[in-house]
Design a protein around this ligand. Sequence first.
Ligand code: F3S
Length: 375
Amino acid sequence: MEILTTLGEIFDAEGMIDVYGVQIAGVSYANLGEAGLEFLTEMAEDGKVRVLTTLNPAGMDRENWQALGIDKEFAKNQNRAIDAFAKMGIITTCSCTPYLIGNAPHYGQHIAWAESSAVCYSNSVIGARTNREGGPSALAAALTGKTPNYGYHLEKNRHGQVLVKINAPVKGTDEFGVLGKIIGDKLVELGKKIPYITGIPSATVEELKSFCASVATYGGTALFHMEDVTPEYNKYPKPTEIIFEINQNELDIARGELIDEDIEVDFVSIGCPHASIHEIANIAKLLDGKKVKKEFWITTARPTKRIADDVGYSKMIEDAGAKFAADTCCVVAPIKGRFKGIMVDSAKACYYGRAKNKFKVKIGSIEECVGEAIK
Ligand code: F3S
């Protein structure tokens, strides 16, 4: 509660509000280190969560870490961290798409989530309300069931500020990621405003989750409105002040920026944010009867993987030589230096593939990623 009241004072909060659910980030031992683990252990001595709480991806697949080449010592430490979370009553499903696996708020509900792509999705696509929490403040919200009432919890801070007009068709997770990069980059120039986007007639859950991950990564965006797509688009006045337009030419240039010259792809990864059962079904169909020739990960939430097991998609994918990496992803797993070039359908994974893991990167559609893996 001390963490939360201090935050509330800093941001001039209008008191405390109850939260429906929490999602905690900073779960990978690579991020936590011994200091973070010590903090968690101390909290777990007598702390118990009061609301539904899940975790962001960890540094490894808890069941399949050996097959993914994770070091034994790292696995031991990662499990110590997960055990501390479990002791506090947290559901130790490690996923950045909590909204696909039951940690799903309804329109208007207050939550305290930490993963940037999920924060953007819950605020914008669901119409729930959350600030972008840090690891300790999300944990504090879980242990108390409260969060300070400021920022995106308040109606007055949720209206669109920058009008963005899209004049080209946008389709697929990769293109929505490219669009998120363009808008994110522009928002940084303009000082991180809430975009109101027009010109997208419809979008799938998968396209929106990719867009959210990208615009949150490149622009620090936690909320956007998309005309005819997101639930609050006509709740507030449409902005008219600053307008920028995006044409096919801008989309082509931005896509080019996400493909490194002379890349040699030796790793393909799909599932940033974590793959939905739709995406896994599509990958299974594309891989049916084929063999992959490169390391190929499908990163997803454990409950989604279990559905894929039940309906036979996992077998089709694993028979082709691809691997599931549940609970983790190609960014938080400790794989720096293991590969030269990564191909993904996610603009966010391109950003961190370069910045964190020092890989060369290439963006493409799911079909193009599978094509590269079997080439
Ligand atoms: Fe999720 Fe990892 Fe991407 S946490 S959004 S799969 S970088």
